[in-house]
Design a protein around this ligand. Structure first.
Ligand SMILES: Nc1nc2c(ncn2[C@@H]2O[C@H](COP(=O)(O)OP(=O)(O)OP(=O)(O)O)[C@@H](O)[C@H]2O)c(=O)[nH]1
Ligand SMILES: [Mg+2]
Length: 502
């Protein structure tokens, strides 16, 4: 396996003649389509139901293999083999139809269920088999969903609510180790989470896509944490100039990061997710992904509208009838509680976001509110909107747009109650949990100006306008990564020169 970072390809620091075996195996211990019988929810509890591999490529859509074939007798050191018993790995679109049974019907089959004299002619066993086969025949062309069953419980995990986890990515290869560690750290049952990545407009010669595929395979094989551990310990040995800024970060924050990424992790850390899909589609984004490029005020409207297109495209393609919740997550989150999905769900709101801060070098104050897109509307901003063109997009945090809104970010108290909740109008996109039926009802991330907003802020406004509850947690914090701006790098260089002189 190779992990790609920027323009370099970094081979993993270990030799593997054969693929690392997974310590997870599908229940019944076989893969592929052998010995399968029935498919639908009510059938798949039968023995010998389909386990295994579903892989397909469609319009450059890759469905990454769930399991490799070579599980068998193995044991990754320190890990016990574990069988993937959870029914959710095998339900809905993970069909297990027996081709021979279907073929039998296709070729025409005579079946007598009443005797000549009107007496019951089938034995109870024959009758049961006949009913199962008919059900399989129907299931081969028909899916039936009662959408009222997928409206999202506030205790989604025990209710077995399926979650679609969407991650948009652009030029994100260096960020993937962080993202995948945070994904593994999620405590919401992995077998209930379908992950959908959208890779767009990359300028890194395919590195984001190639690395993403490799990481996804390892994740679904249950071997990613071991692989990353080896990879990162090798990386740590390299004295990278890019990390110079760490000298200027608060020790408390660096300690928090260290603790978060050191074992012990939760029991199901390595457990494969229900599925991973990777989509690639370009939307013509031209603005660079560098910190200073993407933050210029004049590019915000265009950039946000394109992001809206990308997000809508992803939900439209990945959302299935059986998803009850959709969780949106940006790649560039450094610290996030593993229980974030459950923690956002439990309030029974239709849209819920946490607070997002970022660490800063001590010469800039050590930390700051980062995501200013989560806010309560103000009269001043409504008045300001009336003075703007219909197509203008208000962006928060810029002197050009004095909105005087209440920002979730600024309400944070380090020791505040993480369960305190505030009703919001606009939301930021770093980490949004929303009920799936909002998307089914047409709420989306406007790629046009909606009430002088675009993308996630307009999504919040639209959800509110359609009568849904939108909230945020001022004292529940996710930490966005710190990326030194051009000015910060100059300051760090200056301080380094001064230190050397002393
Ligand atoms: N698919 C896709 N993903 C993108 C695009 N631009 C950014 N992303 C991803 O979307 C998420 C958010 O992007 P950021 O560049 O962090 O932008 P932001 O959320 O507006 O916030 P800032 O960090 O303040 O710039 C990240 O996961 C990016 O990798 C794009 O054009 N297409
Ligand atoms: Mg970001």
């Amino acid at each position: 396996m190779a992990i790609f970072v920027k323009d370099k390809v970094l081979e993993l620091p270990r030799h593997r003649d054969s693929k690392e075996p997974s310590h997870f195996r599908p229940k019944n211990g076989f893969g592929g389509f052998k010995g399968l019988k029935y498919t639908k929810k009510d059938l798949f509890r039968k023995r010998n139901v389909l386990t295994g591999i579903l892989g397909f490529v469609s319009l450059y859509t890759l469905f990454v293999l769930l399991f490799r074939e070579n599980y068998g007798t193995f044991n990754v050191s320190g890990l016990n083999p574990m069988s993937l018993e959870d029914q959710e790995y095998y339900d809905y679109d993970f069909k297990g139809l027996d081709p021979n049974t279907i073929k039998k019907f296709d070729e025409g089959v005579s079946h007598y269920i009443i005797s000549k004299g009107g007496m019951e002619a089938l034995s109870p066993e024959d009758k049961e088999l006949y009913e199962q086969e008919v059900e399989m025949l129907i299931a081969s062309t028909t899916d039936v969903y009662d959408l009222s069953e997928y409206s999202g419980h506030k205790d989604g995990a025990p209710q077995r609510d399926h979650v679609l986890l969407c991650v948009p990515l652009r030029d994100a290869a260096p960020m993937l180790p962080l993202l995948f560690k945070n994904l593994m750290n999620l405590t919401y049952p992995h077998e209930l989470i379908d992950i959908a990545f959208l890779v767009s407009d990359c300028t890194d010669a395919g590195h984001t896509m190639n690395s993403l595929i490799e990481f996804s395979k390892e994740l679904q094989n249950g071997t990613l944490s071991k692989t990353l551990e080896a990879f990162e310990s090798e990386q740590d040995k390299k004295n990278s100039a890019d990390k110079l800024y760490l000298k200027y970060m608060k020790k408390e924050y660096l300690d928090m990061v260290k603790t978060a990424f050191s074992p012990p992790f939760h029991n199901m850390y390595d457990k494969p997710f229900r599925s991973i899909q990777i989509f690639e589609k370009d939307f013509g984004q031209q603005i660079g992904q560098g910190f200073s490029d993407r933050h210029a005020v004049k590019v915000q409207g265009v950039r946000r509208k394109l992001m809206g297109r990308a997000r809508n495209w992803l939900t439209a393609n990945a959302l299935k009838p059986y998803h009850s919740w959709v969780y949106w997550r940006d790649v560039d989150v450094e610290l996030c509680p593993g229980s974030v999905i459950e923690d956002l769900m439990k309030f029974d709101y239709d849209v819920m976001v946490p607070n997002v801060w970022r660490p800063l070098p001590t010469f800039l104050g050590g930390e700051q509110a980062y995501d200013l897109n989560s806010w309560m509307e103000s009269n001043e901003a409504l008045k300001l909107a009336k003075t703007l063109d219909e197509d203008d997009v208000i962006v928060e945090g810029y002197a050009e747009y004095p909105t005087w809104r209440v920002h979730l970010g600024y309400l944070r108290n380090e020791n505040g109650n993480p369960n305190e909740l505030l009703d919001l109008d606009g939301v930021g996109g770093v980490s949004i949990l929303a009920r799936a039926h909002l998307f089914r009802k047409g709420i989306h991330f406007p790629a046009f100006t909606f009430e002088n907003h675009a993308e996630t802020e307009a999504f919040g406004k639209m959800a509110k306008k359609m009568g849904f509850r939108v909230g945020g947690l001022p004292h529940y914090t996710l930490w966005h990564i710190y990326e030194p701006s051009d000015d910060d790098l100059r300051e760090i260089a200056k301080l380094e020169r001064e230190n050397k002189r002393d």
